[in-house]
Design a protein. Sequence first.
Length: 141
Amino acid sequence: MKATKTQKQNMKALYEKNRKERLEYMAKKRLDNLELFIKRNREQYAKHREKYVTQKKDYYRKNKLLIREKEKIEIKKYPQKFSARWKACKSIVIPKDKLCEICNNKPAIQREHRDYSKPLEVQFVCASCNKRLGVGINVNE
């Protein structure tokens, strides 16, 4: 038995509603458990590092053209973002013994743009603070 057009629309609306609720729940859960999540990921990676490195290399080798196409699409979609990243990467060297400007605990290994229209204004941050900034967590708490 085929579903009518109205039934299909109702199913689609219900699916979208459930999907939004599920995504909101998952985002909240990730934010609440971010530190634990990061710790577990690091432990898992440390245990199986060689396996992950090999898998990643194989994946890139097999999908090189697809990855390049996706990168081109992203660059066209967000030209200011990629331009700022490129300029910062070429112009600004991360100081060797620089600590993260947010937590002041870990070494700064990444550049964080708060405004892509100012490509040379960056914060030097650690990976965990940069991830938090990307997710939208207030890192000063």
